[in-house]
Design a protein around this ligand. Structure first.
Ligand SMILES: [Zn+2]
Ligand SMILES: [Zn+2]
Length: 303
């Protein structure tokens, strides 16, 4: 997986899951694009249900055509899959709900990148998901699912995949249907030039991180130590296998477990920390949480 902190190019703030009047969203595609452009985004993927939506890109905002398809997950569950950057019309599938693998094969054949949407909201059982190689990753956080029913965070689903050795990336999204109310809550920072091809390639290769607030400025690894530089946060964690990990927490009595704070902000929050990779770890991922409970999630590093 390509580390975005060891890549070249600008950081692009990307909204990768949003609906328009072409399915159950409130704004037409052009109006939604203007909304995200004004909000300071660099990339918007339109992901209507079973409809390939498009809008012109602006001076700043690159618009990607996309789709959200239904598929069959194990246990006869209804899954949702994002197809970002597709160049073919999903009407080819005639609304047929296929299993995850053929669904995501169609997406990749259509030139797109596939991410499994909101597994917690869907009801997928953690530890039972199998991601075919045609799936680039999952949504670790979906703001709409959080705002509506409190099932936006799918970190357990992600960690169980990682525990199984399936080192995939994770994005954070709005899944906006009512812009202004359910938009600009979660996004994905992609490190790439602002072209369709470069953004899709970065999404395929893991060259991004997800956020609902904090910024992660740098993640570097040397031997068994990971150093993280972030915006001011109350904690930085190394999440790893079951029962193992490392963490630093802010404050005079801030708990340290396998890590040290290297620098604090004026308010005493953590901005730089080093964390030791625990014995037995096969992978680690960095997670930062700010004082409002908003998070940033970096993609896994194999150990
Ligand atoms: Zn969905
Ligand atoms: Zn959706």
């Amino acid at each position: 997986m390509q580390s975005p902190w060891h890549a070249d190019g600008p950081w692009l703030r990307c909204s990768l899951h949003a609906h328009t009047t072409n399915s159950d969203g409130e704004l037409a595609p052009r109006a939604l694009a203007r909304h995200y452009e004004r909000a300071g985004f660099d990339v918007l993927a339109l992901t209507d249900h079973w409809h390939r939506s498009e809008a012109p890109s602006g001076d700043r905002l690159l618009v990607l055509a996309g789709v959200e398809l239904n598929c069959l997950l194990p246990g006869d569950r209804d899954g949702h899959v994002l197809g970002l950057g597709i160049e073919r019309d999903p009407s080819e599938l005639a609304g047929e709900r296929l299993e995850l693998a053929p669904t995501t094969e169609w997406i990749t054949d259509a030139g797109g990148v596939a991410f499994l949407a909101h597994p917690y909201w869907t009801g997928a059982t953690p530890g039972t998901l199998e991601l075919p190689e045609t799936v680039a990753g999952i949504e670790v956080f979906n703001a709409g699912c959080e705002l509506e029913v409190g099932r936006g965070l799918s970190a357990v689903h992600w960690d169980e995949l990682l525990e199984d050795g399936r080192l995939c990336g994770a994005i954070a999204t709005d899944d906006s249907h009512h812009p202004g109310f359910d938009s600009v809550h979660a996004w994905t920072w992609v490190r790439a030039e602002r072209t369709r091809e470069q953004v899709l390639e970065a999404l395929r290769s893991g060259c991004f991180y997800a956020s609902s607030g904090p910024a992660i400025h740098d993640v570097t690894r040397e031997a068994d130590v990971v150093e993280v530089h972030s915006s001011p946060v109350r904690s930085i964690m190394l999440v790893s296998g079951r029962t193992i990990g490392a963490a630093v927490n802010a404050g005079r009595l801030g708990y340290r477990h396998g890590g040290d704070v290297l620098a604090e902000s004026d308010e005493g929050l953590v901005v730089r920390a080093k964390l030791r990779i625990p014995d037995g770890a096969r992978h680690v991922r960095v997670e930062a949480t700010d004082v409002s409970g908003r998070k940033a999630w970096a993609n896994p590093i194999p150990v």
